[in-house]
Design a protein around this ligand. Structure first.
Ligand SMILES: Nc1nc2c(ncn2[C@@H]2O[C@H](COP(=O)(O)OP(=O)(O)O)[C@@H](O)[C@H]2O)c(=O)[nH]1
Ligand SMILES: [Mg+2]
Length: 162
């Protein structure tokens, strides 16, 4: 796979840490916010890239609002793998669990990243059980040193499967 590329799409509810994660792995990542006509709703998108084991890994962040399913669908096309970011300092919400069910049914590798493990109220152990059929990583998206190793480990599992 030397010189190859991977498209990984990052999903998660608003505030889960998607933008922070992509920024942590690529300090030059782009964050775009498009304002809608109806008021203050914004569609937030992120793009970053990083080289891991001579693979170009392209990361695409998706909007977290429920009604932007069509945007998630467009960004998802052709993805090699998915990451679901979950804020583990709060209980998992229905939107996050629906995203998980949808992604788990697709025939692509999925990693669940339990984020904000640095917070006192974080409870990754409890949330692990909800995602027991997937690879689960405990991360802190605001610190590169606690985000990057999880991405590297996930990419290594993808390379093994290719
Ligand atoms: N304590 C802590 N805060 C975080 C972490 N990751 C993200 N945040 C904060 O959570 C908020 C939402 O993060 P953001 O990346 O914008 O989430 P997004 O809506 O999923 O893109 C921001 O205030 C971040 O600074 C983390 O690992 N630990
Ligand atoms: Mg964001």
């Amino acid at each position: 796979m030397a010189g190859g590329k991977l498209k990984i799409v990052v999903f998660g509810a608003y505030n889960a840490g998607k933008s922070s994660f992509i920024q942590a792995v690529d300090p030059d990542a782009r964050h775009v916010e498009a304002h809608t006509n109806e008021g203050d709703t914004t569609v937030a998108l992120d793009y970053g890239r990083v080289e891991i084991h001579s693979l170009q890994v392209h990361l695409f962040g998706t909007p977290g609002q429920e009604r932007f399913e069509f945007v998630r669908e467009i960004i998802s096309r052709g993805m090699d793998a998915a990451i679901l970011l979950v804020d583990c300092s709060v209980a998992a919400d229905e939107f996050t669990m629906n995203l998980y069910d949808t992604l788990a049914k697709k025939n692509i590798p999925l990693a669940v990243m339990l984020n904000k493990c640095d917070l006192a109220g974080a409870c990754p152990g409890t949330l692990r059980a909800a995602f027991e059929n997937s690879q689960v990583y405990e991360i802190c998206a605001s610190e590169r040193a606690r985000a990057m190793p999880a991405l590297v480990a996930f990419v290594e599992t993808l390379v093994r499967d290719l």
